[in-house]
Design a protein around this ligand. Sequence first.
Ligand code: Z2T
Length: 761
Amino acid sequence: MSRLENYVLKAYNKPIRECSDAELYRVLLDLVKDLGDGLPKHTTKKKLYYFSAEFLIGKLLSNNLLNLGIYDEVNNELIANGKSLLDIEEAENEPSLGNGGLGRLAACFMDSITTLGINGDGIGLNYHFGLFQQVFKHNNQLAVPDPWITEESWLNRNERRYQVKFKDYTFTSTLYDIDVFGYHHDKRNRLRLFDLESVTGDIIEEGTIHFDKSNIEENLTLFLYPDDSDHAGNLLRIYQQYFMVSNGAQLIIDEALDRGSNLRDLADYAVIQINDTHPALVIPEMVRLLTERGLSFDESVEIVRNMTAFTNHTILSEALEKWPMSDLDEVIPEIAKIIRRLDEKMKAEFPGNHAVAIIDGHGRAHMAHMAIHYGFSINGVARLHSDILKDTELRHFYDIYPDKFNNKTNGITFRRWIMDANPELADTLDSLISPEWRDTADLKPLLEYKDDKAVITKLRAVKFNNKLRLKKHLKTSQGVDINEHSIIDIQIKRIHEYKRQQMLALYIIHKYFDIKNGNVPKTPITILFGGKAANAYTIARDIIHMILTLSQIIDNDPEVSPHLKVVFVENYNVTHAQYLIPAADISEQISLASKEASGTGNMKFMLNGALTLCTMDGANVEIAERVGQENIYTFGRDSQDIVNLYATNGYNAPDYYYRDRIKPLVDFILSPGMLYLGDEERLRRLHHDISTKDYFMALIDLEEFIDVKEKMYADYEDHDNWSRRTLINIANAGYFSSDRTINDYNRDIWHLEQEHQDIKE
Ligand code: Z2T
């Protein structure tokens, strides 16, 4: 009897084929957890702690089976019994414990850390409600709570508890662990998610996200903040952050003592990577804990400095956290005191250098500044971004600490983003270049086939099958029909003005006019958007509304709809991404240059054989460098231009709005058809914003964008050459494996030994 049959029989006393998908999900969950418990523990002295407010892990079942090396075995057995893993995974809720790129990066990193045999845990919070679920009603985004935790889940209750002291409360935490398995590796790591017993979810009214923000006891870990690099935080956010880092710091000390540390040598036992500033309070907290245990302040500060490294993920100033000292005094007065001492210490060392102060002239504490002074490393997430930090945003810090600055270009885990999301492409690669790429991420050998007609044809067939799979998925998930023979052109990411979804919408208006004028595209075009807007970010919600209304106008127009379709995927998340990305022909990476720190969707599309349409921003620069100008479409002002325009106030939206090719497109937002179907207030506000302010300069690159898109669609008609270029993109994607990124972090920052004990099948 097989392992699975055995588990099923024990649980339900019946054979596999008589079980429901939900029953099989439960059994597989138990089976994987038991397998995990049987794996050996790490034994190294030094351990990594990756602190992050977000871990956007996505569904775990098939990924865990894959990493444990039993995916095929289990899948085949299920198929033989008339079941399918894909259907079974429908029973799993997606844990959406992240907003976007930053949280997903943390999840990819945990996969790679474990796969590379590094002893490292993730430290975070067990939010009872993940990022809100997006529902469209009357072409508007509504935010509905996401109670993702069910009776059976990947969470394992841990008996560890810690006291966390605030001015008005002392809480006792609870801890939940989620196992992280490495691919072809036999030692697991864990996500350590701290929680509070008194948070129950009872204070949520059915279907709303309103709750009593002053009731800290009942809502501290209730919600993930729906912010993606904008909008100020508040007291509850300080509560969350301190709760996370205090638990994490206590855990580090306990585990280090267990492994033989005497605290003076703590930096030999632990290294902390802080994922943007959300966990920066770990610095004063660790100082507090060490001084409480008898070390001097200066000694403690040096230990903490030697064990803490900081990653910056944005230059948008709204997202650089600055806490009013008065707020810190109100919530965590002891920590506020330590921050004042850290500020004095640094001011004594750099007198008169106001640009690098922790506490500024308005009494606000700059979390990034604290993390740079009192850590040993600061890195950006793509080469261009790291250069901008050095030259512009953090240049005063670069002047005093040149050696702390380094770059770590982001990456993505190939386990989820090709093996799991695109099995047909993965199998095709196996047959062409041998399955070794699954361990090395080396796809370069594929280049040998770039002029092989049969291979090119095969890649095209794989892409078509993935379009069919997406078609089926969209039909069942939102009742939408797409044409599998159309060009699939996708922009999926958080909705933000700097990412310029509004610019793509203006292109669509151009195309709509063009088709009305009789210029029908040879191949029909489907443009898909996906992404959530922070609910308080009005203009972002207006952009969603505009696109939904526009798509309705196109659907209703029989002259246009056979040639152009616009779909806004509802509730975009990791699960949807895994269907969308493999089906794409065109990857839209059109942020205003200098604003997108890296991007990681760009890498996922490239790996899955889409061609990139992009500005020279974030990691797009490095993608272009690797594939060569013939295999990518770039346009628009470069980051130096844009940085200069901001510095000199040199952009004036009306200069562009009144151009002949632009004004009719923007004005269509207020056309009778749009106003008839849409919400006048939203449309007027958006039109006014774009034509008078356009803070993120959607209009500056619009004409070039239209021209390059037309060229791209025309080039698509040379099918063989197009597919040949997708092959070149896939072959050059190896650099963007997060295994490479993590190797770089380890070589330059963490210096941990890797335990190599492969469980190769
Ligand atoms: C986020 O997803 C990102 C940056 C943030 O700055 C916050 C959030 Cl929630 C505070 C993104 C960047 O926008 C993106 O360019 C980058 O690829 C990603 O982080 C991972 O580094």
